[in-house]
Design a binder for this molecule. Structure first.
Ligand SMILES: *Cc1c(COP(=O)(O)O)cnc(C)c1O
Length: 322
């Protein structure tokens, strides 16, 4: 039977019997070995496949907590600013809780499928004329008025939920890995991992991998100019690695064609860091944060081209070899 993340990790989460469990079966995601990549790069790589969460990204781990606590507190509505995945997750969990969700997206800067997903899930989606940072500031201000609970990663319950990925990894490996490698957008996930590392008393370093040109990177999930958790990322002692969009694309294609995981471009940033030798350790866990189907525009730009062929076996055999 599917176990809710809140129930599985109840002992280490700030919940009580009074907390309604708003769940879509998040967490308990696969930890996949990566034999071909490991051999090619000379390091034992494990892939935490967070795209298998209910809305296709790791955001669901935090959102089950944020929305459950908002429901416990009798929230009238939830609000967030989002580059896409927080929006879809907030919309799904709010629908599940029967609470309205308001989502602010920076105009024109969010992958199309994420907007479709969020709209389908019944959230009020408002495109803000401005960038992510401006949208977040506005959401924060509105939340201070007390009508809307902010479910961005500044909401501390988000990090509490997200930290459970580290518990799962350590439990499944039976020991702490030598490195956690994750993409770095706002830094909420880095600070969540740091919380779990502290609680478990392990000393595994985190590598937080950001795009060289943050405000314009093709990896829209980490297209954040001013990371809101920069101070706690620094306090956590995370190693910050900066990679170019070309490196992200190369890693993204390699992960898909070598291990069969089609992720979002942002999720491949960690592999880009490993490929350039920026990550120390023999056994590393790479968190694959979101699903490739979330951003098919990006995929269409970089995937090998389509070819046309007649419905003829000889022509097909010839074309397949080309
Ligand atoms: C949110 C998100 C990130 C960035 O995570 P932060 O906690 O903002 O650093 C990276 N990849 C995907 C797919 C995301 O949804």
């Amino acid at each position: 039977m599917t176990i809710a993340l809140i129930d599985r990790f109840r002992a280490v989460l700030p919940v009580s019997e009074a907390t309604p469990v708003i769940s879509l079966g998040e967490g308990s995601t696969p930890l996949l070995s990566a034999p071909r990549l490991s051999e090619r790069l000379g390091v034992e790589i494990w892939l935490k496949w967070e795209a298998s969460n209910p809305t296709g990204s790791y955001k669901d781990r935090g959102m089950t907590m944020a929305v459950s606590k908002a429901a416990e507190d009798g929230a009238e509505a939830v609000i967030c600013a989002s580059t896409g995945n927080t929006a879809a997750s907030a919309a799904a969990y709010a629908a599940r809780a029967g609470i309205p969700a308001v989502v602010l997206t920076p105009e024109g800067a969010v992958a199309g499928a994420k907007v479709s997903q969020t709209r389908m899930l019944g959230a009020k989606v408002l495109e803000v004329r401005g960038d992510f940072d401006e949208a977040l500031a506005a959401a924060q201000e509105l939340s201070h008025r007390g009508t809307h609970v902010l479910v961005n990663s500044i909401n501390p319950y988000r990090r509490e939920g997200q930290k459970t990925a580290v518990y799962e990894i350590v439990e499944e490996l039976g020991t702490a890995p030598d490195a956690f490698v994750i993409p770095y957008g706002g830094g909420g996930n880095t600070s969540a991992y740091a919380i779990a590392i502290g609680e478990l008393g392990i000393s595994t370093p985190i590598y937080s991998v950001e795009a060289e040109h943050r405000p314009t990177t093709l990896a829209s999930a980490i297209r954040i100019g001013d990371p809101v958790h920069a101070a706690s990322v620094q306090a956590a002692g995370a190693n910050i690695v900066t990679v170019s969009d070309d490196e992200i694309v190369a890693a993204w294609l390699e992960l898909a064609t070598t291990e069969g995981l089609f992720c979002e471009p942002s999720s491949a940033a960690g592999l880009a860091a490993i490929r350039r030798g920026a990550v120390q350790g023999e056994r590393v866990v790479l968190t694959i944060t979101g699903h490739g189907l979330k951003d098919t525009e990006a995929a269409d730009r970089y995937a090998p081209p389509l070819a046309q062929v007649d419905a003829d076996p000889d022509a097909i055999a010839a074309a397949a070899r080309a």
